[in-house]
Design a protein around this ligand. Structure first.
Ligand SMILES: [Cu+2]
Length: 285
């Protein structure tokens, strides 16, 4: 393979790698496609920053690896016993020592500054418009809207047939989902009732542990309407892979209309939680 051809193959690979996330949203799906490389299209500022930071790190890895590889090849050719029978006896080169100390420090600074900025942005919750509490259970999610009569929604996975009929991807559809208004800051309080789960929504850049007895906090501000899919991201037990998450982002008007209906539908579910668990568990065995 000529050097030119090799170069074009590598370029094609890198371009494909960075642009693969786009088709996931282009056809209207907010979940990972089979054979997808890279992330799905971000819909929050935090996720955009995460993708940007990931790309920065990837480029730095590529540049450092290629530089080291070229250096090694150069040394193999130039300084092998045949080509260089009389080795130099020089042991110190002050300039070079300064360079190989300062360059790694600079590289670390270039990584650390955006990394700390991003951590701070994820951790500090801005003035929120709405609070939702997510509770991880074996193996479904319960959502509460403390601002709205504490209504409580249980979301169980749909069977393959039901998901197909409802137009949701297999293993990612749930029988109920939370609804949030677009462009509003949502504060998520996350906990669990039994074992450690994790509430993860890749398109929002949110992944937070749900720990029994502890309240974790995170936030997101979705900038695009649509249905978004996520999953429990902690190995929580035998049905860990069967507790997906669905979040529907709608306009403010649609959200208010949904609230009126939802308050009627979910206001009293608290009392029949136990009977529901009992009814559902045998079916999942
Ligand atoms: Cu879980």
């Amino acid at each position: 393979m000529s050097l030119n051809k090799l170069f074009s193959v590598v370029t094609a690979f890198i371009v494909t790698f960075f642009s693969f996330g786009a088709p996931a949203l282009a056809n209207g799906t907010n979940y990972a496609e089979p054979k997808q490389l890279g992330f799905m299209e971000p819909v929050t500022e935090v996720m955009r920053d995460i993708v940007g930071f990931h790309d920065l790190l990837l480029w730095m890895c590529i540049i450092v690896s290629v530089f080291v590889l070229v250096l090694m090849i150069y040394i193999f050719i130039k300084f092998n016993a045949k080509a260089n029978p009389n080795p130099s006896s020089t042991t110190h080169h002050t300039g070079l020592e300064i360079v190989w100390t300062t360059v790694p420090i600079l590289i670390l600074l270039v990584i650390a500054i955006p990394s700390f900025k991003l951590l701070y942005k994820e951790d500090v919750i801005p003035q929120s418009d709405l609070t939702i509490k997510a509770i991880g259970n074996q193996w479904y999610w319960t959502y509460e809207y403390p601002d709205h009569d504490n209504m409580s929604i249980d979301a169980y996975i749909l069977s393959d047939e039901d998901a197909k009929a409802a137009g949701h991807p297999r293993l990612l559809g749930t029988d109920a989902h939370i609804v949030v208004p677009v462009n509003k800051t949502v504060r998520m309080i996350v906990t669990a009732s039994d074992v450690i789960h994790a509430w993860a929504m890749p398109a929002f850049g949110v992944k937070i542990d749900a720990v029994p007895g502890k309240l974790n906090e995170t936030w997101f501000k979705a900038e695009k309407e649509g249905m978004f899919y996520g999953q429990c991201s902690e190995l929580c037990g035998k049905d860990h892979g069967f507790m997906p998450i669905m979040v529907k982002v709608v306009s403010q008007e649609e959200y208010e209309a949904w609230l009126v209906e939802a308050k009627e539908e979910y206001a009293e579910t608290e009392t029949d939680n136990l009977t529901r668990v009992a009814a559902v568990l045998p079916a999942q065995q």
